[in-house]
Design a protein around this ligand. Structure first.
Ligand SMILES: NC(=O)NCCC[C@H](N)C(=O)O
Length: 478
């Protein structure tokens, strides 16, 4: 198996990634805990799996590991195929489930003991419960550590329903990986499990010495109890490896400027990238991470939320009225880019999001075609905000120009079509691929629309549901 870990853009052909199929823990979320566990609503697990997420997996397999899916009987009764660690599981080394990696590292006795102790500590389990976990087989234990529930239905601690959003646990930056430090307690166990996987799984042997962690600021320990909010937090949805040598970090509801500063210091010290741009977005639930407000589709095409994209002139005009005390009706984004020149770290400002994205396309990706922006909801009120809420700007590129989005964002799909993209429903495309009527190589400039009624209640799209480990290295066109 080729264990290369390498990502230097958001748009080159995807070759390997980590996902996590909705586990039984998602079906245990109760209404009173949904918001604490960062879900907007409770979800119907069977619909989410069979009618939505399984299509995502099928698409990933057709694009990344077709041998695993061609000529398979995937009739409804065969859900085993999608269940990590089950007998009939597809078991790909390109489309890899987090749960499978976890079961693998639990085979290492030392890791099993440490991980059980660590999880028991953060979940405040009793000593005897901890001893009992150690008697479980690795496959059952991996399920318990994720869902909190045994095969026989005994519940020890809460589920981690947001693990389906594998993007947030870490980001591959060239041949390094940057691990997260989540802002919300509901996501702490995910990053603890992830740490043990990346440091111990043989798949990540090439990452020795290349794993970057965020440390807590010493001030944190000295804060009074009621201000114990973490100072240094960073989640993967706020980090984008947009071009060779250029990393974006969102300062958001979840990622702090202190954590971003640590990343700048660490990555620049090791010369991992040359430019890091910080994008400060309003700290609110709607926007959560930067990948909820924009993603890239092609070297010259981006999808983004129009209301956060203001020209310099508009911003200056509005400033006059702000100064006169008129109620502020816009939201500001602040963009600062840090770049290395020799040993010096210099900085420059960008006036708005489009200016930065255009710069990335033209300067970093050396794109000579005109740069285009496709707006959430086609920039028509109130669809921009409505569709951004259901992840119209959060797309995963499978190969340049071919991306997975949600089927419910009609106006955004219309905007893609007006621009010249084709749109096709995932169910239809999977049928065509299964019947051999279409080949992956022949699919170009297409947005694949995934069924999303249940998935969108969890508040993340296909970009969030992916942690790319390997993409083909980016190449400018001559
Ligand atoms: N990258 C992302 O934007 N991920 C989506 C995370 C959704 C999850 N319910 C959360 O609030 O953390």
């Amino acid at each position: 198996m080729d264990n290369q870990i390498f990502v230097d853009s958001e748009i080159s052909t995807l070759q390997r990634l980590i996902i996590h199929s909705p586990d039984s823990g998602l079906g245990k979320v109760v209404p009173s805990k949904a918001q604490d566990w960062l879900f907007e609503d409770i979800i119907h697990l069977d619909t989410m799996r069979r009618k939505e997420y399984d299509y995502y997996v099928k698409l990933l397999l057709f694009f990344l590991d077709p041998e695993k899916i061609q000529n398979q009987d995937l009739s409804d009764a065969k859900r085993e195929f999608f269940k990590p660690n089950s007998k009939g599981y597809f078991n790909s080394d390109k489309v890899i489930d987090f749960e499978k990696l976890l079961a693998d590292v639990l085979n290492i006795e030392e890791v099993k003991v440490q991980l059980v102790a660590a999880v028991s500590a953060i979940e405040e389990c009793s000593y005897l419960e901890m001893k009992r976990f150690l008697t479980f087989g690795n496959i059952e234990l991996s399920k318990v550590l994720i869902t909190g529930i045994t095969d026989s239905g005994e519940m020890f601690f809460p589920p981690i329903p947001n693990l389906i959003f594998t993007r947030d646990i870490g980001i591959v930056v060239n041949d390094h990986i940057l691990l997260n430090k989540p802002a919300r307690r509901a996501r702490s166990r995910e990053s603890l499990l992830a740490k043990y996987i990346f440091f111990n799984h043989p798949l990540f042997a090439t990452l020795t010495g290349k794993i970057i962690e965020i440390e807590e600021d010493e001030e944190h320990f000295l804060l009074p109890e009621d201000q114990g909010k973490r100072i240094d937090t960073l989640e993967g949805g706020d980090v984008m490896m947009v071009a060779p040598n250029h990393l974006l970090i969102g300062i958001s509801e979840r990622t702090t400027v202190e954590a971003a500063r640590q990343v700048i210091d660490k990555l620049f010290a090791k010369n991992i990238v040359k430019k890091i741009s910080l994008i400060k977005i309003p700290a609110k639930r709607d926007y959560m991470h930067i990948d909820t407000i924009f993603t890239q589709i092609k070297r010259n095409v981006w999808v983004l939320l129009g209301s956060l994209a203001r020209t310099k002139e508009t911003a200056e005009n509005e400033k006059v009225w702000d100064e006169l005390g008129q109620r502020v009706t816009h939201e500001d984004i602040i963009i600062k880019q840090f770049y290395k020149e020799g040993d010096k770290v210099l900085s420059r400002n960008f006036d708005n999001l489009e200016e930065l994205l255009k710069y990335i396309s033209e300067i970093d990706l050396k794109c000579t075609e005109p740069v285009n922006f496709i707006y959430s909801g086609n920039n028509v009120f109130p669809f921009g905000a409505r569709e951004q809420w259901t992840d119209s700007c959060n797309l995963l590129v499978l190969k340049e120009g071919v991306a997975v989005g949600y089927d419910r964002n009609d106006k955004t799909s219309e905007a893609f079509r007006e621009y010249g993209f084709k749109t096709i429903h995932a169910v239809e495309l999977v049928n065509q691929l299964e019947q051999g009527k279409v080949k992956v190589e022949d699919i170009n400039d297409t947005i694949i629309l995934l069924p999303s009624s249940e998935l969108s209640r969890a508040r993340g799209g296909s970009h969030c549901m992916s942690m790319p480990l390997q993409r083909i290295a980016y190449k400018p066109k001559n």
